[in-house]
Design a protein around this ligand. Sequence first.
Ligand code: GSF
Length: 206
Amino acid sequence: MKLIGSVTSPYVRKVRVVMAEKKLDFEFVQENVWAPETIIQQTNPLGKVPCLVMEDGSTLYDSRVIAEYIDTLTPVCKLLPPNGRDRAEVKTWEALADGVLDAAILVRLEKTLRPSEQQSPEWIARQWSKVHAGLRVMSEDLGDGPFCMGKGHQYTLADVAVGCALGWLAFRFPEIDWRGDYPNLARLFDKLSERASFRDTVPSLA
Ligand code: GSF
């Protein structure tokens, strides 16, 4: 399997963490989707990473589809409950974490790609409100539990997604004090950061 991605994308990181937890081998092919010469659309018409290319050349996107698929490949470290309400709950955590990222990334793109006179403060404020509401709900739902899913559950894809979202906020928007505002998210993040899967995929500019 070939994973097309970048070392800064939090969605790509989510897939890399899942691959590592499942102890699966893959080739990591780095692609700068913002470069004019990018060929990402040959594998993903949406022009986005991550994109998984399988042995027969067929492709999967986006990160949620890839993560769900990879979890079925081996029983090692099951990250999604098999069915029912629990599975939907893990997927909702993932949607929340990805949604926080979607909003924060829109802010980043607005601020980095648009000339300042064309930027919309209302649009930016709208996206920030999603980020802050999302963080608040993550913290409330985590409570004092050891992982995102409550009683009877261990580490799941919910924790992977939340860890990647928090890690990316720390990387691109260190001024957002989610650690100070939500010590329980900081506690979870620090615990996740000790795992080899997270340690080996810390976002970097290199
Ligand atoms: C988001 C992928 C995405 O926006 C997923 O895979 O979960 N819902 C999708 N990827 C960004 C890179 S990044 O900001 O992480 C991307 O490839 N953007 C290129 C573009 O043209 O939007």
